[in-house]
Ligand binder design. Structure first.
Ligand SMILES: NC(=O)c1ccc[n+]([C@@H]2O[C@H](COP(=O)([O-])OP(=O)(O)OC[C@H]3O[C@@H](n4cnc5c(N)ncnc54)[C@H](O)[C@@H]3O)[C@@H](O)[C@H]2O)c1
Length: 319
């Protein structure tokens, strides 16, 4: 049985990844610090309870604490490392840049150092579409320059990619940096648009639409998890891959689908696009398709319906 060390295991993408890995017959050693800055950590604790399985072991540690991380690496042997832990979210990073640097840069260096010391050669790193920053050309391609991040969060993800490159170069590790595009689905993050809007529409509260409405390449969680595992199993050398649905969705379309599935009209307030946020994202996924066989199957219509159905069940919302 192969063993995966998974950081951020209690988070949205991490808990789904752990679930899928376990179902595929991998053993998973997960870590997370149940950070509470972005959203309620009780959601993360609940995710860990859902992961109860004889092949799942969990440690509550902070990856920025090298000594704690090293203890886990001493206790277990790993075949793969999937590093998803990070402080996520663009806007809070403007307020707390040091905290973002600590988790996302120091934390990533600690994970890679531990991999180097343990001789682990297969690593996946969660990057972000936000590294494209103020790039205007759509769709975003891995070949595009990424020199203009517009938030500290995005800058930490770009730094993470560079650190991964240096470790791959020096120590011969195969590292896949995955640029995720707006991931959504059941157990999604409460700070993200799909969750926030769904909640407010159910509760009859206004929602805030920025600018003319941002366009996002919303990517369903099951497709992302398939991409993460394909990268873990198939990537060779240092590579960056876009993992997106490759279908950018207008805000008007997103809202009309939400209203349809929820059965209620949204109360819309307008506000200017906040500093740090980008107006549009759209992934060119030719590289991930070709090398990883990445093939996102979930259209926004299906994925959003699944999310709203999950939300209704989770919060007993029936209209
Ligand atoms: N969800 C998206 O749309 C999206 C888009 C682009 C990139 N990403 C990246 O994907 C990864 C997973 O994101 P997510 O949406 O599941 O977010 P999440 O916040 O649900 O998961 C991240 C997890 O990492 C943990 N964590 C944070 N700092 C830590 C530390 N110092 N030590 C140990 N654990 C720590 C958090 O407690 C959390 O459970 C992150 O790296 C994020 O930046 C996500």
């Amino acid at each position: 049985m192969k063993t995966v060390f998974l950081t951020g295991a209690a988070g949205f993408i991490g808990s789904h990844t752990a679930e899928k890995l376990l179902s595929l017959g991998y053993a998973v050693i997960g870590v997370d610090n149940f950070d509470g800055l972005l959203y309620d950590p009780s959601i993360k604790r609940k995710n860990i309870v859902l992961l109860k399985n004889k092949n799942f072991t969990f440690y509550e540690i902070d990856i920025a604490d090298k000594a704690e991380l090293d203890k886990v690496f001493k206790r277990h042997k790993f075949d793969f490392v999937v590093h998803l832990a990070a402080r996520a979210g663009v806007l809070p990073s403007l307020k707390f840049p040091q905290l973002y640097a600590e988790a996302n840069i120091t934390g990533t260096i600690n994970v890679l150092e531990a991999c180097k010391d343990a001789g682990i050669k297969r690593v996946v790193f969660a990057s972000s579409s936000s590294v494209y920053g103020s790039n205007k050309k759509l769709p975003f391609s891995e070949e595009d320059r990424t020199d203009t991040q517009i938030s500290p969060y995005a800058a930490t993800k770009k730094a993470g990619e560079s650190i991964c490159h240096s470790y791959s170069h020096i120590y011969g590790m195969s590292i896949a940096c995955l640029r995720f595009f707006t991931v959504y689905g059941p157990r999604g993050r409460p700070d993200m648009v799909i969750y926030k809007f769904t909640k407010n529409i159910f509760e009859g509260k206004p929602i805030t639409v920025f600018g003319e409405g941002t366009k996002r390449d919303y990517t369903y969680i099951a497709d992302i998890v398939d991409g993460v595992i394909a990268a873990m199993e198939k990537n060779k050398g240092y590579n960056i891959y876009n993992l997106g649905n490759s279908d950018t969705v207008e805000m008007t379309k997103l809202l009309s689908l939400m209203e349809k599935y929820i059965g209620k009209k949204a109360i819309i307030r307008k506000a200017p696009l906040p500093t740090g946020d980008v107006p549009a994202t759209y992934a060119d996924i030719a590289k991930a398709k070709k090398i990883l066989g990445f093939n996102p199957k979930t259209k926004i219509e299906t994925g959003l319906k699944n999310f709203v159905d999950w939300y209704k069940k989770e919060f007993n919302e029936d209209i």
